[in-house]
Design a protein around this ligand. Structure first.
Ligand code: GLU
Ligand code: MG
Length: 451
């Protein structure tokens, strides 16, 4: 879509405000809204923001980070191909943006440009990445006394649960359709009030943009129905968690052939697939700082029989493995076999999560990292000796362990670039310090409301 077409479409749909959106180091979706009258100018020149925005944590506490002080501007530059309407609020539309420096050049702290950089690195190796986030979220009501409660008490896959949430889900799906996201499946999940709705995969950049649209639309549509929707990893400590498993597949750079799949090979996986898996597992503890980034994320992992994963293990259709090889559709394996990374939750910044995933996988491909034997059982059943013999490690058990794993992984630090890595670690470390001092109730309330 050209800039003129964006303006025309905005006018045709009576959009008064057009949100220029980005996702920050804390995983929060933020932006500024541009009035329709100044839209043509702002599409060309961007919208200014303080340079310190990448120093904010999820409590809006500004961190003292070098070069992210009070002086200096960056700009939000929208990608015109991402224009979409926001039918859950009156007269608004949105675009997702890159963060560029004051001269319009690349800003090293922009997550969207970072993802683009790793997509290009993959493409240079003949790899095109397709991905989709498989989101779970919780519908919540608020009692007159201000207490948060799950919207219903329905069970996993319960048809009755489908009925209870039908009005909301229908509105959600129709809104996503208008926004160009192709809905595939819906079911009530195992937790009270928990829902899962999946959308079709897309190239990695579109998948990350879709994740921004999805999170916004779910929360916006719920609000329209007088409900609250939360993507917090664990909004209710006694209930199942919200994951956002990343399903991904590796294609040739033009997306014609699925380069993961070889029907003749062991487990149907090409050497490329095995090495990519090897890279992801090798860097998984560090990658977790990007994919399970919040303080609350660590209430989700390491829970028995929760299918969230706890170890650096992989396996065909193994739901307790961090990387599951998902079998394909009958008769269509070549186009549908994909890998599913389970230790990912929807509080992550999707650009950083995918950038990190691709960087880890590419390292595996370049160094030909062997992923070892697949695990055909719950790895929690292995003794410590067996885990060690198989080279399987326990995943970080809290936010600080993941931060330290990232800090001490040179490949992943290089993948983020020095400036982004420095700011990211400072923001996340500040969250750990802030939540550790507080009660569980404070942690839950903030994650429930912010995500
Ligand atoms: N709710 C689980 C999670 O937090 C996932 C369950 C499933 O595999 O659908 O990841
Ligand atoms: Mg699920």
């Amino acid at each position: 879509m050209t800039r003129d077409e964006v303006v025309q479409k905005a006018r045709e749909n009576s959009a008064r405000f057009i949100r220029f959106l980005y996702c920050d180091n804390a995983g929060i979706i933020r932006g500024k809204a541009v009035h329709i009258d100044v839209l043509p100018d702002r599409l060309r020149n961007g919208v200014g923001l303080p340079i310190a925005i990448q120093a904010l944590n999820m409590l809006d506490q500004l961190q003292p980070i070098e070069n992210l002080g009070p002086v200096g501007e960056i700009r939000l530059m929208p990608d015109t191909s991402t224009f979409h309407l926001l039918p859950y609020v009156p007269h608004q539309a949105a675009l997702t943006c890159n963060l560029v420096d004051a001269e319009g050049g690349p800003w090293p702290l922009d997550p969207r440009s970072l993802l683009d950089y790793h997509i290009q690195r993959a493409a240079a190796r003949g790899i095109g990445v397709q991905a989709a986030f498989e989101n779970e979220f919780t519908l919540v009501t608020r009692t007159p006394e201000g207490q948060f409660l799950p919207f219903d008490q329905s069970l996993a896959y319960s048809s009755h649960g489908m009925t209870t949430a039908a009005g909301f889900v229908d509105d959600l799906a129709s809104t996503l359709e208008v926004q160009g996201l192709a809905v595939e499946h819906y079911h009530p999940e195992a937790g009270h009030g928990q829902q899962e709705l999946t959308i079709h995969h897309a190239d990695a950049m579109r998948a990350a943009d879709n994740q921004v649209v999805f999170r916004e639309t779910v929360r916006g549509t719920a609000a329209k129905h007088g409900l609250l929707a939360s993507f917090a990893p664990k909004p209710f400590p006694d209930q199942p968690s919200n994951g956002a498993h990343i399903h991904f597949s590796l294609w040739d750079a033009r997306f014609i052939t699925n380069r993961l799949y070889d029907p003749e090979a062991l487990y149907g996986l090409t050497p490329l697939a095995r090495c990519f898996i090897g890279g992801v597992l090798a860097h998984l503890p560090a990658l977790l700082a990007l994919t399970c980034p919040s303080y609350n994320s660590y209430r989700r992992l390491h829970q028995p029989r929760s299918w969230t994963s706890a170890f650096t293990a992989w396996g065909p259709d193994n739901r307790e493995a961090a990387l599951r090889v998902a079998s394909g559709l009958w008769g269509a394996d070549a186009r549908s076999v994909n890998l599913e990374l389970k230790p990912v939750d929807p509080s992550c910044n999707p650009y950083l999560a995918l950038a990190g995933l691709i960087a880890a996988g590419i390292d595996g491909v370049e160094r030909e990292i062997d992923p070892g034997e697949p695990v055909q059982t719950d790895p929690a059943l292995f003794s410590n000796e067996e885990l060690a013999a198989r080279g399987i490690k326990r995943l970080p058990t809290n936010q600080m362990e993941a931060i330290l794993a990232l800090r001490t992984d040179p490949v992943m630090m290089t993948a983020l670039g020095a400036e982004l890595a420095n700011a990211y670690l400072a923001v996340r470390t500040s969250e750990y310090a802030a939540f550790r001092r507080e009660t569980t109730g404070f942690e839950i309330q903030h994650h429930l409301l912010k995500f």
